[in-house]
Design a protein around this ligand. Structure first.
Ligand code: ADE
Ligand code: ZN
Length: 319
């Protein structure tokens, strides 16, 4: 192992952008399908892996929602989250803020309580047995309407002590943050922290709306914010973190090559950036893999001897 990879492995890390349903490995998809007698459109783990050739976010989501249909019981949600937390612990992740998509389950007749009970039990046990701190952020699916999000928020109010925040995910294009202004206002009044995916595929205007209409504390992805210099200054001035997901961006064709990934550029613009895995089972790597992949891509770009160490941790990894 390179010294740099060893450094990545032993640094304590936070993961702030992980969809727990996106940590569902293909082997677990098939094990849970057997356990719950669910029929899948793929006949083997290999066939499912072959479906992981995505041309866009929507291509991925089409597989992701079918994959999560194997989650039925509280134990399934527990097993999923505990397996991820064990894997994150092995990467020396010490703090996780975990997204989940309740509407991907309630729309199939699974009770909201079943989902939250299983996930939160895994978070509690992981804290006690592994020492990893984990909390839950409930995302609204932006391809659904605001009334559906409002009903989901109603259900979440009974679990206010076990859900720290609300987020916004799923198909970005054509579903601007402003579509959810009222439900985010209610979530704020109820005391939830606010987050939203913006600028992954959608335009800089969606990042502005996430900030000014929804009032988010963090922007998930935010890549396309770089197209708007005024927006970049605003994000830098207000120290709004971007949760960047390099391998996700590569697999979903947000970037064509990691040597073109904007992480370094974001740091040069004084943006607060974090590195995360997004949907690690689908995108070929957990959080350490994301750090090492961007660092390797940076090595490829530099000529021999042209090391550009910087002040931040990521710069020191050769980004
Ligand atoms: N849901 C799971 N992963 C997502 C992503 N990368 N973007 C939007 N919604 C998602
Ligand atoms: Zn995401």
């Amino acid at each position: 192992m390179l010294d740099r990879d060893r450094l990545v492995a032993c640094l304590p890390k936070c993961e702030l952008h992980i969809h727990i349903e996106g940590s569902l490995e293909p082997e677990m998809v098939f094990a849970l399908a057997r356990r719950n007698a669910i029929r899948l459109p793929w006949d083997s783990v290999e066939a499912l892996r072959r479906a992981y050739a995505f041309g866009s976010l929507q291509d991925f989501l089409d597989v992701y929602y079918v994959g999560m249909s194997v989650l039925v019981t509280e134990q399934d949600f527990y097993d999923l989250a505990f397996a991820y937390l064990k894997r994150a612990h092995a990467d020396n992740v010490v703090h996780v803020e975990m997204f989940f998509d309740p509407q991907g389950h309630t729309s199939r007749g699974i009770a909201f309580d079943t989902v939250v009970n299983g996930l939160s039990r895994a978070c509690t046990e992981a804290r006690e047995t592994l020492g990893i701190r984990a909390s839950l952020i409930m995302c609204f699916l932006r391809h659904l309407d605001e009334d559906d999000a409002q009903r989901t928020l109603d259900a979440a109010l009974a679990h206010r002590d076990r859900i720290v925040g609300v987020g916004l995910d799923s198909s970005e294009k054509g579903n601007p943050p402003e579509k959810f202004s009222r439900v985010f206002a209610r979530a704020r009044d109820a005391g939830f922290a606010l987050f939203a995916h913006a600028g992954e595929e959608g335009p800089p205007a969606y990042v502005w709306q996430a900030l000014d209409v929804l009032g988010v504390a963090r922007v998930d992805h935010g890549n396309r914010a770089l197209e708007d210099a005024v927006l970049v200054s605003r994000l830098a001035r207000d120290r709004v973190p971007l949760t960047v997901c390099p391998l996700s961006n590569l697999r979903l064709r947000v970037v064509d090559d990691l040597t073109h990934h904007p992480l370094r550029h974001m740091m040069e613009k004084d943006l607060v950036v974090t590195v995360n895995s997004d949907d690690p089972a689908y995108f070929g790597g957990y959080v350490n893999d994301n750090f090492t992949a961007v660092a390797r891509a940076r090595d490829k770009k530099l000529k021999p001897g042209e090391y550009q160490g910087g002040v931040s941790t990521v710069s020191n990894l050769g980004m």
